[in-house]
Design a protein around this ligand. Structure first.
Ligand SMILES: [Zn+2]
Length: 854
């Protein structure tokens, strides 16, 4: 047995140190003898020395394993146990390695490797969990075929690939596609399946199953349809077909991530697959459809072509996020999806890119790779691909992708391989574009303009602030989509993509009758921060007239931010012209309800804080909160006479269906209800709560009532109705915190941690409470510091059980340098306390150190 947490300083790994493993793993046979506390894993692996290997060290990763025996070619050997694994003398010719180890799934609260969730065995191996199952070269560039035998008395026992046979107490599986160990999966337990099938374009019949705990069968139909749509879409758009006879999805309650793309056996956090109208909101349905697509799309972008090492994580994740966004845009509304993605990018990625945790989409060093499953790797990684597609054009993009699949199928690849297919397919050099993968930080794009004698000039200056380890940065290639409008609202120049490559660059338009109004960065064509002098009148003009839906929303969003900033800084009243513009838009039934709902959604308070900080002010969270409250109250009063009609007009009649159109209408209806509640104290919300036959409306009504501090009865009723449903209870926990007044937020969260249904061991429940706390800007950053202390107390406690989730939640503190000296010293004290905890995990140590070092 090896101690997994040596007292030495954590080791740093560097991209530049990459060396291939000296052996090929030709085939892997695994036998599992399942027992909750004493599972035996017997491995038999055929290794062949690589003829050209520079390093022939035979090192196998292994953590928290009890080695029972080891053999080479049937002869017992005694390997040397070293930190993080073992070393052994091996022959210079092909040989068979055999080992038997014992592991304890019941004791595995970190949820990496083989663990138990509600009496069910399941695995999570990405990134480095397989080394907690057996000794193995646990690195993505070692790919092999796996044959797995599972012995145990569980009714259902699953692994990757196709079933080979089963009998009383055993099942055997074989996956013919070589894969890295991080894609290995095993599930065993009392499960029932929701079956389906799909015929691929070449006529192959694929059996589909969603496996759930008994009682959850009625929540699988939507996920199954989403899976079939994904399979069809990937054939239609990318020409990619599924490659096994069987595709299994399993829902698991205790899971650190959203879902995992293990070959042929996807494992899902139950929150990301189980859905029913009564228990899931429209947002849940959309997210589930997207995540099922994402994991399915990984079969090609991730599994068939994987990453050479974990520094290349964005090779599979950026591309797969990009593909799932394309899918959602096709299934639903393209502009709405784009706006939602940009809101999420600004909420999650921008703070990361502009703070102590900033790193490039392809990081060059890490201590714990689990800390790099970030918004930068995923979402910015996807933005980079979106820019690439815009620069080379659609036709060239699909040509390059075709070449990527032809050239690299079955390989473990790098960002260099990825960019090379684009260079070869298009003849275009991408060395400057590659900076997007190596430079951290969000570029600022300063725009100035000039008009004389029919000629209009736009001048762009790009710069990127320093980030940890990167003080200076070279100019990047930035595609800026621009259109021009005439003062009467007509479009005088359609969208054109300007390609910035220099620090300062000008573009000229000729023959314009009057000075145009520019619409810059249409569709958010690059993940940058635009800095341009503008007026509220011009923003209101674009909100009314821009032909690009994203930029119409963006103009409204910028206006909303300016109005709030003025309210915070000068104590100004809400801008009357903006209120009029909003009223006009909300009452315009010709406009898409989903779009109107998005325009009515206020900018996040954290976003306002960042804007203030960027302009040299110290943000006061309470003032930002008060400005938001005042604004919403004023808007409600302004709309008073139209609200009842709007509420009625946006109420969806008939049975609930989770389609985009209904969801858009319900989103607007929810916003109207929250405004109405400010005037009637909750009368309409109470009626809606009573009548609701779906979670979207029930949840919206409960939220409005809790916000009005008039929802105690409904909150109790909600608990009574749903206390046996784990996923709905997560909503109940989160909503009470999200709706609390700032001075009560921490106390509300603290009380909920004492609730009998609170559990440190379930990541969903922990995130429901502490994600809501950290997401309540004024509550978390309340001057008392109670929010900081409560989160720190619980992170210290969770770290002993689940380092991965603890480390990720430390990011709540990443924006600490924005705030005043008092708050900074309160946060520093908590971070220092966490860092000084005895036996703190490698994961959390790395995160806290990076945040503190800023
Ligand atoms: Zn993924």
């Amino acid at each position: 047995m090896k101690d997994a947490s040596p007292a030495t300083a954590p080791k740093t790994f560097y991209l530049k140190d990459y060396t291939p493993f000296g052996y090929d793993a030709e085939s892997v046979h695994l036998t599992f003898r399942l027992a909750p506390e004493t599972t035996r894993v017997i491995s038999r692996i055929r290794f062949t020395p690589k003829p050209d290997a520079a390093d022939r060290t035979f090192f196998l990763h292994g953590e928290e394993l009890k080695l029972i025996s080891a053999k080479i070619d049937c002869q017992a050997v005694t390997p040397e146990l070293v930190e993080g694994g073992l070393k052994c003398e091996v022959p210079g010719a092909p040989f068979t390695w055999e080992a038997e180890v014992e592991i304890n799934p019941a004791d595995n609260t970190a949820l990496e490797g083989l663990y138990m969730s509600n009496h069910m065995y399941c695995t999570q191996c990405e990134a480095e969990g397989f080394r907690k199952i057996t000794y193995y070269p646990d690195r993505p560039d070692v790919m092999s075929t796996f044959t797995v035998r599972i012995e145990g008395d569980e009714p259902v026992m699953l692994s990757n690939g196709n079933p080979m046979g089963q009998g009383e107490g055993w099942a055997e599986w074989h996956d013919p596609w070589p894969k890295p160990a991080y894609l290995f999966a095993l599930v065993a337990g009392d499960l029932v399946n929701h079956p389906g099938s799909f015929t691929t374009k070449s006529g192959k019949e694929v059996e589909l199953n969603i496996w759930v705990r008994p009682g959850d069968e009625h929540k699988c139909a939507f996920g199954m349809e989403a899976l079939k749509k994904s399979m069809k879409w990937d054939e239609d758009v990318y020409g990619l077909e599924y490659d096994l006879d069987l595709f299994n999805i399993v829902a698991v309650d205790d899971f650190n991530m959203g879902a995992m793309e293990n070959k042929g056996l996807n494992i899902f956090n139950s929150s990301c697959v189980l859905a029913s109208p009564e228990t899931s909101t429209d947002a849940n349905f959309e997210r589930i459809e997207a995540i099922i697509a994402h994991e399915y799309f990984h079969n090609w972008t991730g599994n068939r072509i994987t990453c050479r090492d974990w520094f290349q994580l964005c090779l599979k994740e950026g591309l797969t996020v990009f593909r799932d966004a394309q899918f959602t845009a096709d299934m639903r509304s393209e502009p709405v999806k784009r706006i939602e993605d940009v809101i999420a990018l600004r909420a999650r990625q921008f703070p990361e890119d502009n703070g102590p945790l900033a790193h490039p989409p392809r990081p060059e060093q890490f201590q714990e790779i689990n800390n790099f499953y970030t918004a930068t790797v995923y979402e910015k990684g996807a933005e980079v691909i979106g820019m690439l597609k815009r620069l080379v054009g659609d036709e060239n993009y699909y040509k390059a992708l075709k070449l990527y699949f032809e050239r690299h199928d079955g390989q473990a690849c790098t960002i260099e391989d990825w960019l090379k297919v684009f260079e070869d397919a298009t003849g275009r050099g991408l060395s400057q574009f590659k900076l997007w993968y190596s430079q951290a930080g969000t570029p600022r794009l300063k725009v100035s303009e000039d008009y004389a004698d029919g000629t209009y000039t736009l001048t762009f200056e790009q710069s990127t602030p320093p980030t940890p380890g990167q003080p200076d940065k070279a100019p990047r290639v930035i595609p800026v989509a621009v259109g021009l409008l005439s003062p009467n609202g007509d479009e005088v120049r359609g969208t054109e993509v300007l390609e910035l490559t220099e620090a300062r660059q000008s573009f000229t338009y000729q023959g314009l009758a009057s000075k145009p109004v520019p619409s810059i960065l249409r569709e958010f064509s690059a993940p940058v921060i635009l800095e341009r002098e503008s007026t509220n009148a011009e923003r209101a003009f674009l909100l009314a007239h821009d032909t690009d839906p994203f930029n119409r929303w963006e103009a409204g969003n910028a206006l909303a931010k300016e109005v709030r900033v003025a309210m915070v800084l000068d104590g100004a009243a809400p801008d009357a012209a903006y209120l009029d513009a909003l009223e006009k838009l909300v009452r315009d039934d010709a406009q898409d309800p989903a779009f109107r709902a998005l325009v009515l959604t206020p900018p996040s308070q954290s976003d306002i804080a960042q804007t203030l900080f960027d302009r040299g002010h110290t943000p006061d969270p309470q003032k930002i909160y008060d400005a938001a409250e005042t604004f919403t109250q004023t808007l409600a009063q302004q709309l008073e006479t139209s609200l009842p009609r709007l509420y009625a007009a946006t109420t969806v009649d008939g049975p609930y269906a989770p389609d985009a159109e209904g969801a858009g209408k319900r989103a607007l209806n929810g916003r109207i209800l929250s405004l109405l509640t400010r005037l009637d104290g909750g009368e309409q919300a109470a009626r809606q709560y009573q009548a609701a036959d779906n979670m979207t409306q029930q949840y919206a009504a409960l939220g409005a009532l809790l916000k009005a501090e008039n929802g105690e009865a409904q909150s109790q009723a909600f608990f009574g109705q749903w206390q046996d449903d784990r996923l709905v209870m997560d909503k109940w926990f989160a909503l009470q915190i999200a709706c609390a007044a700032p001075e009560k937020t921490a106390a509300t969260a603290a009380a909920l941690t004492r609730h009998p249904l609170f559990s440190m061991k379930n990541p969903n429940r922990f995130r429901a409470v502490f994600g809501a706390l950290a997401g309540h800007h004024a509550g978390f950053h309340h001057a008392s510091g109670e929010g900081y202390q409560l989160l720190a107390d619980n992170l210290i406690a969770l770290d002993k059980l689940n380092p991965q989730t603890t480390a990720r939640m430390c990011a709540a503190f990443q924006t600490w340098k924005r705030y005043d000296a008092g708050r900074q010293s309160l946060i520093r004290a908590q971070l220092t306390r966490i860092a000084g905890t005895d036996g703190l995990s490698r994961d959390t140590t790395e995160m806290v150190t990076r945040i503190l070092d800023a």
